[in-house]
Every structure is written in C-alpha cells, then in structure tokens.
Design a protein around this ligand. Sequence first.
Ligand code: SF4
Ligand code: SF4
Ligand code: SF4
Length: 160
Amino acid sequence: MGRPTLAPARRPPWALEEALFIDRCTRCDRCIEACPTRILVRMDGGFPGVDFSRGECTFCADCVSSCEPQALLRRDADAAPWAIVATIGEACLAVRGVECRVCGESCPEAAIRFRLQLGGVAQPVLDASGCTGCGACIGPCPTRAIAMRSDNNIPTEREA
Ligand code: SF4
Ligand code: SF4
Ligand code: SF4
C-alpha cells in the first residue's frame, strides 16, 4: 500500500471526479450559500471547497440539492460522500507528552479512542473504518494536528 495522499483542495461532498467537477461547476456559489455549517468556501479559481477549520460536515446534502449542473451528485442514499479519513500528525499534544483528548470528545462516531500508556499520557488512536471524514475533530484540535487524507478503499462517484 502506498503512502496516503494529502488532498490539496477538498471538494464538497458527493463531488464528481475532479476533471468532471471542474467541467460542470459554474462557480455559482449556491452550495456555499446552502451549507448550514458554513464550511464551504471559494477556493482557487472560484471553485468551492471544504475548510474544516470552520466546522464539520453533517452530510445534510443541502449543497448537493442546490447544485443545478450536478457537479455534486448523489446517485442514491448509500453513495459515499467522499473518500477521506482523518489522520493525526506529529503536532499532536499527546504525542508530545501533553495530556489532551479534545479530538476524541469532538468525534460523533467515537472513531478516536485513547490508549493508556504506562508512565505517559494516553495516545489517540484513530479507527479509519469508523471515520466518516466529517471533520468535527479538526477545528477543536489546539495544535491543528489533524488533517484529512485520501482513502482509496472508499468507492465514490467517478463519472456522470
Ligand atoms: S452536506 Fe451539508 S454540511 Fe456538508 S458541505 Fe454539504 S451543505 Fe455543508
Ligand atoms: S485534539 Fe489534537 S492535540 Fe489533542 S489529542 Fe487530538 S490530535 Fe492531539
Ligand atoms: S473526521 Fe469525524 S468521524 Fe473522523 S475522526 Fe474526525 S470527528 Fe471522528
């Protein structure tokens, strides 16, 4: 298995594959205006993307319903919103020996548990199979130690 790829611009959930998305998206901003948690922002070229430092995705799909050209497209209720999972980096306080469990308390899926260490502070362990990529853990982390990585094991919309 290769190294995880850190995504440059994270498109909104249920976005088509990048080339198709760019082709279809008219940069109308409707998804940005529709998002109740305000995590969608204009990124390079005016195309929308997700900024998890602003909040989390609730998977309400309001952005999808507001997208007329169907650059965001949810084919059925089971379609995965995206192929990303959170990953905890070296800036983590607990990794550096300082007690912190903020991300575990923020995760609605209980995908981050803390493993007790003999003589040290408990270490976060992220269960990628339980992570939905909602981003709820990212904003509250005091050292911005959490990022999203692509997970190629999650099938998503590829073509229209
Ligand atoms: S699914 Fe809902 S919360 Fe998530 S980006 Fe779209 S509008 Fe925002
Ligand atoms: S919130 Fe950030 S610093 Fe705290 S344990 Fe989680 S990853 Fe580490
Ligand atoms: S992205 Fe969401 S589901 Fe995944 S670990 Fe963070 S809070 Fe939990």
